[in-house]
Design a protein around this ligand. Structure first.
Ligand SMILES: *Cc1c(COP(=O)(O)O)cnc(C)c1O
Length: 362
């Protein structure tokens, strides 16, 4: 499905951390990674974190989200998007997906806004950017903060602008299967100096900048280590290469899947988008009664082809279960699955995967 794309420098920079003994969260690689990643996203500030989830939590806290507040999130996303809202004491409000690109449907946001709504978290799902202009327009109209969950979309672009830096705050994940990785890790990016300052304090136990061991707010230890950042700096050197490879893989899949009956190919890029195809994801046709998605995945796994189902929508998950019907994301979720798309996948591998898929479907 996925694997990290490493070269020599990951090892070299990590070795340097060990040799210089800068292994914790102080160290030059942390600063360098924050500077270089925020530069890559065209934002003023980057604050590294221990994960994408903690980055989301800090972003919400910086925006003053807490008990009694409501935060609008797509139901079709990884659970962490909603959990981070819940950690603050606020309530996630679930919205259905756009049927073409599966990201939050901007036309369904206004109907769930109440006087308690404080923020919207669009998720750039599977590497395709959400339709930000429409979301920003609604946010502006109701005075809502926009936090982009770009955990799956490093380097993706909306109308030529990198995701993460389009809303008020953006977050990224560097988990092992993401576009670039630090093992575990995350980053908050923003252009707002007030958010930046607050996030730095909250990330470091809420410690006063003036007085050591003096705490005026409840903080956390959500820091990234220098070792993780060292890997991140090396990964960032090859992010364009990784994205180009993933885009090539997606184009090859699109071409070879064109005549496979029963499969709807991965959403095409909108003309305003650059998709980084985090996980190349297809749908079984709606009326394909011939084969069950889970059975198909099982049969592929028996032939050494690893796949992943689309996330079950969060409004259907036991911890959030609500009597809510969101037909688009429910349909995408039960018909969709991701095919292998790590950057080292060869054209031959893709041909083999398609051939096996074709056999299993027929
Ligand atoms: C991976 C992911 C996260 C969480 O990132 P972690 O680094 O695993 O905590 C959050 N949101 C989305 C959409 C993700 O895919």
């Amino acid at each position: 499905m996925a694997k990290p794309h490493f070269g020599q420098n990951e090892l070299k920079y990590v070795t340097e951390c060990i040799l210089t003994e800068w292994i914790s969260s102080a160290g030059q690689y942390v600063n360098t990674f924050e500077e270089q990643f925020s530069q890559y996203c065209d934002t003023k500030y980057g604050i590294s974190t221990s994960s994408g989830t903690t980055a989301l939590h800090l972003a919400l806290l910086a925006a003053n989200i807490g008990p009694g507040d409501e935060v609008i999130v797509p139901s079709l996303t990884f659970i962490a998007t909603a959990n981070a809202v819940t950690y603050t004491g606020a309530t996630p409000i679930f919205v259905d997906s756009d049927p073409e690109i599966w990201t939050i449907d901007p036309n369904k946001i206004e109907e769930v806004i109440t006087e308690n709504t404080k923020a919207i978290i669009p998720v750039h799902l599977y590497g395709h950017p959400a339709d930000m202009d429409l979301i920003l327009k609604i946010a502006h109209k109701y005075g809502l903060v926009v936090i982009e969950d770009a955990a799956e979309a490093h380097g993706a672009e909306y109308k030529g602008k990198k995701v993460g830096g389009i809303g008020d705050i953006g977050i990224f994940s560097f988990y092992g299967n993401k576009i670039i990785t630090t093992g575990e890790g995350g980053m908050v990016v923003t252009n707002n100096p007030l958010y930046e300052e607050k996030i730095r304090i909250l990330r470091d136990h809420g410690m006063s900048k003036e007085k050591r061991y003096w705490h005026t707010v409840l903080g956390y230890n959500y820091r990234m280590t220098n070792i993780q950042a060292a890997i991140g700096v090396a990964q960032l050197e090859k992010i364009d290469e990784i994205i180009n490879k993933k885009r090539d893989i997606a184009h090859n899949y699109n071409e070879l899947l064109g005549d496979v009956e029963g499969i709807i190919i991965c959403p095409e890029e909108k003309d305003w988008a650059k998709n980084v195809y985090w996980l190349y994801t297809v749908l079984l046709e709606n009326n394909n009664a011939k084969i069950d998605r889970d059975l198909l995945m099982y049969n592929l796994s028996k032939q050494n082809i690893e796949t992943r189902p689309v996330f079950p929508p969060i409004h259907t998950q036991p911890i959030y279960s609500k009597n809510q019907m969101l037909p688009v994301c429910e349909s995408v979720s039960c018909r969709g699955f991701s095919l292998p798309s790590h950057p080292e996948l060869k054209y031959d591998d893709i041909e083999t995967i398609i051939q096996t898929l074709r056999q299993e479907i027929n």
